[in-house]
Design a protein around this ligand. Structure first.
Ligand SMILES: [Zn+2]
Ligand SMILES: [Zn+2]
Length: 358
């Protein structure tokens, strides 16, 4: 049995553990390094030393090719710091090793409880995932409790289910592992549901943002000087993206001022009803500025506030006001100037993250 890797030279003290791989290969290593890196290894070494051959403990690392076991042990020897591998050339070697033995390293790191290596191997396997390997990777993710890899499999299957269905892994799962196939289909179903929910949420957010913009434009229209809707057109020109909304609001307010429907019966004219709803919404979100020195110039604002205070509002209206207020705050946060130091730090983080998944 010839040794397939030599770690004896990496430490001053002589090697005192023999690691045996599935094919019978021997790897001489140091018990202190292995025990410090993995609690499972520590227990195995203690167990081996209690046996009859206490001189040089023998630890069997089975279920993975000897090259992968050697790479696993080397990772334990050159445990990285917060900025990656410290020695020159080690980072390059580590990238190559996780690329070549990613799945075996993930399984070994999970079995021997080496969390930092597990995270790295999981990211490497997820980054190199193909449709051909998706089903195998899903099985590996389930066995090794690797949620990020599981998610990557679901995303890949969601993008190209046809290619996954043509893979050997899928055909094998169909014949022998219906539960695995069912899990993948469930993941796809969840992903579709999540996407639909997200789209619904996005559409409703868009409506709340539009309402929030409409409230801001309404403020600007009437802040120009006159309380009457007839003076709306004289207001200062707005940016082109809000021009359409502004014109629509101006027309609506002009109609509201001229139409007799609201005087006779509020619900008689649909356009007046819509205008009244917008003014009511304005009065609801305008409450924060009630104590400000200058009175609000939007028509009926104080009347509608008093009416709502007196009669109360229902839960649906309260929810609408809350969401429009939140949309206004969020758009104000999104449009504020980001400090230079935050921009630099974000750019640094993004480039590091991109390099890790390259
Ligand atoms: Zn009308
Ligand atoms: Zn107001």
């Amino acid at each position: 049995m010839a040794p397939c890797a030599d770690f004896a030279a990496l430490r001053a003290s002589p090697a005192d553990v023999r690691v045996v791989a599935s094919d019978g290969s021997n790897i001489a290593a140091h018990s202190s390094v292995l025990a410090a890196a993995s609690p499972v290894m520590e227990q195995m070494i203690l167990g081996a030393r209690r046996g009859w051959d206490a001189g040089c403990a023998v630890v069997c690392v089975l279920g993975a090719p000897s090259d992968a076991v050697a790479a696993f042990l080397r990772f334990l020897y050159c445990r990285p710091g917060p900025r990656g591998m410290t020695a020159a050339g080690e980072e390059e070697w580590a990238e190559g090793a996780v690329g070549e033995h990613g799945a075996a390293l993930l399984a070994l790191a999970h079995a021997y409880r080496v969390p930092w290596l597990k995270r790295r191997a999981e990211a490497a396997v997820a980054a190199r995932l193909t449709a051909e390997r998706a089903v195998d990777a899903l099985k590996l993710a389930a066995l090794c409790d690797a949620p990020r890899l599981r998610l990557a499999c679901a995303r890949l299957a969601g993008k190209d289910l046809g290619a996954v269905e043509r893979s050997e892994g899928w055909r094998f799962a169909a014949r022998h592992d219906a539960a695995l196939q069912g899990e993948l289909l469930q993941l796809l179903h969840d992903a579709v549901q999540r996407k639909k929910r997200w789209e619904r949420e996005r559409a409703s957010q868009h409506v709340y943002r539009q309402l929030s913009d409409a409230m801001a434009i309404l403020d600007r229209i009437f802040a120009a000087g006159g309380a009457g809707a007839g003076e709306v057109c004289a207001a200062e020109a707005s940016p082109c993206e809000v021009d359409g909304v502004r014109r629509g609001l101006e027309q609506l307010m002009r109609h509201f001022a001229a139409c007799g429907g609201r005087a006779r019966k509020p619900a008689a004219c649909p356009r007046c009803r819509r205008a009244l709803q917008l003014l009511r919404l304005h009065a609801s979100v305008c409450e924060d500025r009630a104590g400000a020195g200058e009175p609000c110039r939007v028509p009926l604002c104080s009347n509608l506030k008093a009416k709502m205070q007196e009669e109360g509002v229902d839960k649906t209206w309260k929810l609408l006001v809350k969401k429009v207020t939140r949309a206004r705050v969020m758009s104000a946060l999104a449009s504020r100037e980001v400090p230079e130091v935050v921009k630099k730090s974000w750019a640094k983080y993004s480039s590091r993250r991109a390099a890790r998944f390259r």
